[in-house]
Design a protein around this ligand. Sequence first.
Ligand code: GDP
Length: 433
Amino acid sequence: LPVLAVVGRPNVGKSTLVNRIIGRREAVVEDKPGVTRDRVTYEAEWAGRRFKVVDTGGWEQDVLGIDASVAAQAEFAIEAADACLFVVDATVGATDTDEAVVRLLRRAGKPVVLAANKVDGQSGEADAATLWSLGLGEPFPVSSLHGRGTGDLLDEVLRKLPEAPEQRFGSAVGGPRRIALIGRPNVGKSSLLNKVANEDRVVVNELAGTTRDPVDELIELGGVTWKFVDTAGIRKKVHLQSGADYYASLRTAAAIEKAEVAVILIDTTDKISVQDQRIITMAVESGRAIVIAYNKWDELDEERRYYLEREIETEMQQVTWAPRVNVSAKTGRHMEKLVPAIETALAGWETRVPTGRLNAFLGEIVAANPHPIRGGKQPRILFGTQAGTKPPRFVLFASGFLEAGYRRFIERRLREEFGFDGTPIHISVRVRE
Ligand code: GDP
């Protein structure tokens, strides 16, 4: 989906406006700014079109211009977006901080829609008009509190958002596959990127059928050109006093959104943490192909290795199906295994099982392992079909409710039979009486 970043200084009413846009499904207003909030993107729909809204509310406490590193972080959100909605308080007018945001927006070169907020009465119209001075074109007067003007604003937003950003990245026409390198800070993302970029770099200026986003890098590996998305977020290292987790998850969410496959780095010298798992969950829930790269393998001694394998067994259960590579970004160990793992994951992600084969297989496993009898009845799977790919989605029609354990069994058997390595698969069950 196309991504809209909502930016603006504190107290201009961003969160209220975000709530308006997403239809108040999420209560973001009560949140303390930034830092601890996990969710930073929301799905919205207007005039039949869906898009993602990234709430950059998190940087409001530190504020632009005061701390350069914070401003740099805000830039990531802007860079990762397809368009920006810049919110200004019309009752206050343009402040120095607003001007600083304008400079960020200019540098990013993304389409911008200017919202003049808090226009609740007639006089507000004139206040809104003064914001022409920001040089961003027409200010749209809105009252996010009362909803006034937000329809026109969203119409304009839709005009600025691309229809389907996927097309721009060229997957439909055989352009480079898109990889996101994700993982918590210091797992070695930038080291890995440098390793693959320095050794096998080809300078690709113009590749047929693609336009290049400046935050992405085209890198040739194993004779194939890949697009590493959102690398600006990896290369620009900034050290933050506060909000680091928030920005990291913002970047991660944006990168996953643009990618087809996520390479998730784990620092093997450190215990596998809740933060690692949260990142994995984001990738799985977004339905991306997944490869796990266990990094810093050069540092492992026998003892740590022993405990690491135990941790992998217990902490990595949600991605037991993901290809695994044990690498060192420092020494280059097993770098050559990365591409085959990525290719495996993408192949699984795109696998389509013909309906005939699927049903023959379902028939066999159901005959050999019928669902347990519940309340005197035995639910049966009547028919199945694969409704989609990327990731594979199955719909099973059954004569009764299928227990979670049985669904897991079906998933496991489907994986064994059809090889969905490296991809989440979705199974939904429809009950037919
Ligand atoms: P990022 O925050 O995920 O981009 O992590 P960096 O690439 O900046 O790496 C964090 C630290 O880990 C740096 O000091 C790197 O030199 C170190 N590092 C990264 N990869 C490896 C590796 O494979 N082995 C070892 N020993 N150190 C590594």
